[in-house]
Design a protein around this ligand. Structure first.
Ligand SMILES: Cc1cc2nc3c(=O)[nH]c(=O)nc-3n(C[C@H](O)[C@H](O)[C@H](O)COP(=O)(O)OP(=O)(O)OC[C@H]3O[C@@H](n4cnc5c(N)ncnc54)[C@H](O)[C@@H]3O)c2cc1C
Length: 457
């Protein structure tokens, strides 16, 4: 059986940045990375909007899997902050978390991202305006690579590390077995041995991660899911925020239920896209740095966080069931005009055609109130009106709402301050650990663990 010093499972940002750190500093260690998806240039989603309009459920989803992970075709927004994107700081400290996110940013600049803008909420008047209307703007620096530059950075990173780290694409890891000296990793291409194992399987690997924890007796817990819609409106409505901040994370506490609603993943001049998680189609969005690819719209998500208490533990199942309902009624994602929602009627093809906002995703016009629970729908409507005060036009009749957007949170794997499980030598990083939910946090966790392993070897 082939043996490595370190095996990394998953080539998303967590795995790639761990691999890069080893490639840079490991001096002769044998490192392998197993990835169920394809290498970057071979990643293609078959949906072309003409012959194939809807998800055909490929064996591995090229949007979510492969070199670069779920982040490969993302908007490439690297948020340098401890306020959102994960709670890495709780394990490794606030200063170190920020310092690693800045280190990741330096690498992104070195590999093709230079020239992109770093936005900041510091000293922004928008913060004051938000406070005046019961809204809170979260603090962050945001590097916007854009989908195109993000891709170039990944291409360059791969070129740099591919001769120093052995990549095995189209190879799924199916089981992890603890041995006397380390771990045996069972894959679709045979079994491999290693001293140290880093698992970085993101959201798409969440179900598999659960089985690993069950097999090895690693404790986990999970009780959170975020449910909401993606809003699409003319670029001008949010331009005073997006021109200055690019991404503004704004939180609001609803008067009716005291629930928190937040904006998430804002994409000026962007496009709304399908996202496939474990065969369920939800909605997401991104935008390009290249002005020739800009659209006339801005999109962002409005999400309501649901924390469940005893006895219910299946928060992701709850989110999936709601997404499944929209898939059942709409064959995928449903789109509705805000005005139709307020009037309690569905949006149909002819109403959508009349809309001043041209949709960037071909979704099924329908009625989101048949899908989204009333409490969440009420929260979203209240938030739309609250945002209308700082960005007039948000509550316009033709504002489009796509549903559903669900942010699944992986269960939290019990980890120590080194992101190591109770099984020594087994580290879990990135979104698959439950510790991170973003590009910058996932990447930083990869660098952190690679350094820890290098210190100890
Ligand atoms: C459309 C979209 C847009 C996004 N935009 C942003 C953004 O602008 N900013 C931001 O901060 N975040 C964004 N995100 C979230 C971001 O992509 C993730 O937080 C980040 O990719 C997590 O990195 P990761 O390495 O933990 O996991 P992932 O990127 O999910 O990578 C995990 C990898 O592991 C592989 N894998 C899973 N199971 C196995 C297995 N058993 N064997 C082998 N391989 C396996 C998967 O194929 C995958 O390639 C976006 C996500 C999507 C889907």
């Amino acid at each position: 059986m082939k043996k490595y010093d370190v095996i990394i499972v998953g080539a998303g940002p967590g795995g790639v940045f761990a691999a890069h750190e080893f490639a840079k500093k490991s001096k002769g260690l044998k490192i392998a990375c197993f990835e169920q998806g394809k290498e970057l240039v071979k990643r293609h989603c078959p949906i072309d909007g003409e012959k194939i309009k809807n998800c055909i459920h490929c064996k591995t989803c090229s949007i979510m899997s492969g070199f670069g992970g779920a982040g490969a075709f993302s908007d490439g927004k690297y948020n340098i902050t401890n306020e959102f994107g994960g709670n890495l700081y709780e394990y490794i400290g606030r200063l170190q978390a920020i310092s690693l996110m800045k280190y990741v940013d330096d690498i992104n600049m070195e590999y093709g991202g230079s020239g992109t803008k770093l936005f900041s909420t510091a000293n922004s008047d928008i913060k004051k305006k938000c406070f005046e209307h019961d809204l809170k703007l979260l603090e962050a620096q945001v590097r916007h690579l854009g989908t195109d530059k993000n891709y170039v950075v990944l291409e360059n990173l791969y070129k740099e590390i591919k001769d120093k780290v052995e990549f095995h694409f189209d190879t799924q890891v199916t089981k992890v077995i603890k041995t006397e000296t380390g771990y045996e990793v069972e894959t679709t291409e045979g079994n491999f041995d290693c001293d140290k194992l880093i698992i970085s399987v993101g959201r798409s690997g969440s179900k598999w991660m659960e089985t690993v924890c069950e097999d090895l007796g690693i404790k986990t817990n999970s009780n959170r899911v975020d449910i909401g819609v993606r809003v699409e409106l003319p670029y001008e409505v949010f331009s005073h925020l997006t021109d200055e901040l690019y991404e503004s994370k704004i939180v609001y506490r609803t008067k009716q239920y005291n629930d928190l609603v937040r904006t998430f993943c804002m994409n000026p001049h962007g496009v709304v896209v399908n996202e496939n998680t474990n065969g369920i189609v939800t909605v997401n969005g991104h935008s390009y740095e290249d002005p020739s690819l800009h659209t006339e719209n801005t999109n962002f998500a409005l999400l309501v966080t649901k924390h469940f208490t005893e006895p219910f533990k299946e928060s992701n199942e709850y989110g999936e069931s709601i997404a499944r309902l929209s898939n059942m009624l709409g064959g995928g994602v449903i789109v509705q005009r805000f005005g139709d929602m307020i009037k309690g009627r569905r949006t149909n093809e002819s109403r959508l055609k009349e809309s001043f906002v041209r949709p960037t995703l071909s979704a099924t016009p329908g009625d989101l109130s048949l899908v989204i629970p009333k409490r969440i729908m009420d929260d979203i409507i209240e938030m739309v009106y609250a945002l209308d005060k700082i960005a007039p036009g948000t509550a316009n009749h033709d504002t489009l709402l796509y549903g559903v957007e669900v942010k699944f949170y992986n269960m939290n794997v019990e980890l120590d301050e080194n992101l190591e499980t109770e099984c020594k030598g087994l580290y879990v990083i990135g979104d698959g650990s439950g510790v991170t939910h973003s590009l910058s946090h996932a990447s930083a966790s990869g660098v952190f663990v690679a350094r820890k392993i290098l210190e100890n070897l």
